[in-house]
Design a protein around this ligand. Structure first.
Ligand code: F6P
Length: 535
């Protein structure tokens, strides 16, 4: 499938990226402009010929057809026999969207309205705890039921107007302990967010929160709400139907921020800002559905991803937001990208003979610069870097900070591309009058190979609408990459085996089951842990 592209890469890999800018139109030509969102992929080895070949993949793999199939509610998540309709959650048009022959929009509007009413009732103190208005909200969930609201709440801290929001995800009791110990149970609202309402971590934490609250609140479930696809499980937990915000099974966990899983976000930023967040995503959806491939931001972002991972063989991807409030974006994208596209069989279940999704990681700039950027600049592996930066920060009185931030972001991608040759290093050393005898030994350590690719996503300002656009952009990018790779991006069977084994091991640790069938290493570790526990 990638033969021609691989040949092109072989021919062109040694040429310098900077030489491509001999074409004065390159910068504009190799970027996608969406007004207040701008994607620049000109600092890569992709040229006209490579781009044309990459665009052929979009045709060949019938991305257009799959896009329409997704939007039409076809069950493209074949292994779970489900439609994939997270776009419906932010559909701001009159268009009806169907799953199993039923228009899903009325129910979505009803649920969003229920969220709005609830948010207002908290803001206006109409819904209160035993001790008065709600001051704190604890969202208990994990994976898609945590990372989306956690990331977005932190991203939109400048828009926060509601109660303080806290997030508990890990089954490690240290996390819930550290959060609850500072809260007043009489003014705290607990949101138990779980699509299945069976996830061990979430249910364990939910029960701990319930018992914590019951010490001071006689009817603790009065201060609990549930966000789930399983009304029977929420009922069994004791949360009445009117405080359950449900969503359909066609919303994948990692795509669920737009609906009830976003309740903590709505409580934090308010109804109007949440609406703008959805509006931003909807604008990206329209662009994705309508724009021609070459001008289509998610498609071009996906093709750059395919180029670097499948063609150039750069198997990791660093996401580097120069925006402290996006510090959770890399973790969010790790789930979105790696749970979606970390597969080894095709849609039809056939073993693949090419690599699928990349390893995604990252940290905000400028912090990363003082940590792992050494490897990015001088290590032996090439890591394509995806920078994000806003033209303006939210703190207008700290413009100086923001300008330094922007300068650093641009400097890093420039340094990656330009590098620093041995002769340039020697020249600099001479100018600084450094000891000539040490030139030889030291100069090589200061050389930057350069010619390393990076992309830039520039936005005017991180606000609810921009964040909505950015998340939707990445969702569609994952979708397009998945279609080109011929995999199902919407299931996650790879997380199941560990869950089953953990259940069995929990029984063994509790002394309810024998470890006899376990392997030598696991048995040894169980014994050692047992010894430590007794010490
Ligand atoms: O174990 C993986 C996973 O199923 C994710 O896909 C999901 O986002 C997370 O667990 C949480 O699941 P739930 O919302 O059902 O608790």
């Amino acid at each position: 499938m990638f033969k021609k592209l691989e040949r092109l890469w072989k021919e062109k890999s040694s040429r310098s990226i900077i030489s491509l800018f001999d074409d004065p139109k390159r910068a504009m030509d190799f970027s996608v402009d969406l007004g207040n969102l701008f994607f620049d992929y000109s600092k890569t080895q992709i040229d006209d010929e490579c781009r044309a070949e990459l665009l052929k993949l979009v045709e060949l793999k019938r991305v257009e057809k799959f896009k329409n199939a997704m939007f039409s509610g076809d069950k493209i998540n074949r292994t779970e026999d489900r439609s994939v309709l997270h776009m419906a959650l932010r559909n701001k048009s009159e268009t009806k969207i169907f799953s199993d022959g039923e228009n899903v929009m009325p129910k979505i509007f009803e649920t969003i309205e229920k969220m709005r009413v609830f948010t207002k009732s908290i803001q206006e103190g109409e819904f209160s705890g035993l001790g008065g208005p709600i001051t704190d909200v604890v969202n208990i969930g994990i994976g898609g039921s945590d990372l989306g609201p956690l990331m977005a709440t932190s991203a939109l801290a400048a828009y926060h107007s509601g109660p303080e929001c806290h997030f508990v995800s890990n089954v490690d009791g240290a996390q819930i302990h550290d959060i609850l110990k500072n809260l007043n149970p009489k003014t705290t609202l607990i949101i138990v967010a779980s699509k299945t309402f069976t996830t061990t971590e979430t249910m364990t934490n939910a029960r701990t929160a319930l018992s914590w609250m019951s010490r001071e609140v006689p009817n603790p479930t009065n201060q609990f709400v549930a966000v789930s696809n399983s009304v029977s499980n929420t009922k069994a937990f004791g949360i009445p139907k009117d405080r359950v915000f449900d969503f359909a099974d066609w919303v994948g966990g990692r795509y669920s921020i737009w609906g009830p899983i976003g309740l903590s976000l709505m409580l934090a930023i308010g109804v109007k800002n949440f609406d703008e967040f959805l509006e931003g995503a909807f604008e990206m959806d329209q662009h994705f559905m309508d724009a021609p491939a070459e001008r289509n931001m998610p498609i071009m972002l996906a093709l750059v991803g395919i180029w670097h991972n499948q063609i150039c063989g750069y198997h990791t991807r660093a996401v580097l937001p120069y925006e402290q409030r996006l510090s959770k974006l890399p973790a969010y994208l790790q789930q979105l990208e790696m749970e979606s596209n970390g597969k080894n069989v095709s849609m039809e279940g056939k073993k693949l003979n090419y690599d699928t999704g990349p390893i995604v990681w990252g940290e905000p700039g400028t912090n990363g610069q003082h940590a792992f950027f050494q490897l990015i600049h001088q290590g032996t592996r090439i890591v394509p870097c995806e920078f994000l930066v806003g033209a303006m920060g939210s703190e207008s009185y700290l413009v100086k900070h923001h300008d330094i931030l922007i300068a650093n972001c641009l400097a890093q991608s420039e340094a990656l591309m330009l590098g620093l040759s041995l002769s340039e290093v020697i020249e600099r050393m001479a100018q600084n009058e450094e000891n000539k005898q040490e030139f030889e030994a030291i100069a090589y350590h200061r050389v930057f190979p350069g010619n390393r690719p990076s992309t830039k996503l520039v936005y005017s300002k991180l606000n609810p609408s921009t964040l909505g656009k950015i998340i939707a952009l990445y969702e569609h990018r994952v979708f397009v990459e998945g279609i080109i790779l011929g995999i199902n991006s919407f299931d996650q069977w790879g997380v199941e085996l560990g869950k089953v084994l953990a259940e069995e091991l929990t029984q063994i640790i509790a002394g309810k089951k024998s470890a006899a069938t376990k392997d030598g290493s696991t048995k040894m570790l169980l014994t050692r842990i047992g010894t430590y526990k007794k010490a």
